[in-house]
Design a protein around this ligand. Structure first.
Ligand code: CA
Length: 265
C-alpha cells in the first residue's frame, strides 16, 4: 500500500468485539485509536482527527448518537455505526444525527471492510460521482445524462429519474434516507414517499436486469435506498470469521446483512 495509512477511531465497549476489530483493521493496514466510552470517543476524535469513526451505539456512559451529534458540530468525518438488527428506529436516528452508514451485528469482516473502503474512496473523490456509472450491463454517462445497455439500446430516463440516480450516485455504496432523497430530488416541501417508491421502481425497471430482485438499487428497510457499485467479492487481507461476533440470543436467527439490504420494496 503506497498511500498513508488511514486512522480509524473505534468506539466500542465490548472488549471481545473491540479486539477483533482492532486486529482486523491493523491487518488491513489501518491505524486504530480505541475508545470504550462516549466521552472518551469525543475527546479522541478531537485530538486524533481520525479518517473514519466506527461507533457502537450502546455505550456505557451515553448513547453512541451523542457522539455522532457532538462530532457533527465540527467535523464531516465519515461515521459508520454498529447496530443490532432489531433496532431499526435506532438506525434511522443515527442517520438523522449524521451517520454515513451502518453495519448490523453480527457483521462479516468482509462486509465491514468493504463499507469502510467504499466510504474512504468516496471521501477521496470529494463526493463527486463517477462520470460513468456502471451497473452491470448498463452504463450511465452522468454528465451527458445518457444511459445505455451494452447491446447499444438507449435507456430513456426522465429528468426526475436522473436526479434521483444522481443523488444515489453521490452517496454510492451508502444509504440515502427517504427524507434526504425527497428533499434533494423534489425539494423540501414535497414529503411524499409514495412518489419516491414509484420512481425507484421505474428506475429499477430500466436499469436492473430483474427489477423484482435488484442488484444495484437496494432497499434499506425503514431507512431509504443504497446504490451499490460492483466490487470484487473479497478485498484485501481478511480475518476468518470470529465466533465471538456471533449474534446475541435475540438475534440468533438473524439473516446476513446482505440479505437484509437486498430485498425489493
Ligand atoms: Ca455496546
Amino acid at each position: 500500500m503506497t498511500q498513508a495509512m488511514h486512522l480509524v477511531l473505534l468506539v466500542e465497549d465490548d472488549p471481545a468485539i473491540r479486539d477483533v476489530l482492532n486486529m482486523l483493521f491493523e491487518l488491513n493496514n489501518f491505524r486504530v485509536v480505541i475508545a470504550d466510552t462516549c466521552e472518551r470517543a469525543i475527546r479522541e476524535a478531537q485530538s486524533h482527527r481520525p479518517d473514519l469513526c466506527l461507533v457502537d451505539l450502546g455505550l456505557p456512559d451515553h448513547d453512541g448518537l451523542h457522539f455522532i451529534r457532538q462530532t457533527r458540530l465540527w467535523s464531516p468525518v465519515p461515521i459508520i455505526v454498529l447496530t443490532a438488527r432489531t433496532l431499526e428506529a435506532q438506525r434511522l436516528a443515527a442517520f438523522e444525527a449524521g451517520a454515513d452508514d451502518y453495519v448490523i451485528k453480527p457483521f462479516s469482516n468482509q462486509e465491514l471492510l468493504a463499507r469502510v473502503r467504499a466510504i474512504l474512496r468516496r471521501v477521496a473523490r470529494g463526493n463527486l460521482p463517477d462520470a460513468i456509472l456502471l451497473l452491470g450491463a448498463v452504463s450511465v454517462d452522468m454528465g451527458r445524462r445518457v444511459a445505455r445497455h451494452e447491446d447499444g439500446r438507449e435507456l430513456r430516463l426522465t429528468p426526475l429519474e436522473f436526479r434521483l440516480l444522481e443523488c444515489l450516485a453521490r452517496h454510492i455504496d451508502s444509504v440515502v434516507t427517504h427524507s434526504q432523497l425527497i428533499k434533494e430530488v423534489w425539494g423540501p416541501r414535497h414529503a411524499d414517499t409514495r412518489s419516491l417508491r414509484v420512481y425507484i421502481a421505474s428506475l429499477r425497471r430500466k436499469l436492473e436486469l430483474k427489477s423484482s430482485r435488484p442488484r444495484f438499487i437496494l432497499t434499506e428497510p425503514g431507512l431509504g435506498f443504497r446504490l451499490c457499485s460492483e466490487r470484487p467479492r473479497s478485498e484485501g487481507h481478511l480475518l476468518a470469521e470470529d465466533p465471538s461476533l456471533r449474534p446475541p440470543p435475540d438475534d440468533a436467527d438473524s439473516p446476513s446483512p446482505r440479505k437484509a439490504v437486498g430485498q425489493p420494496l
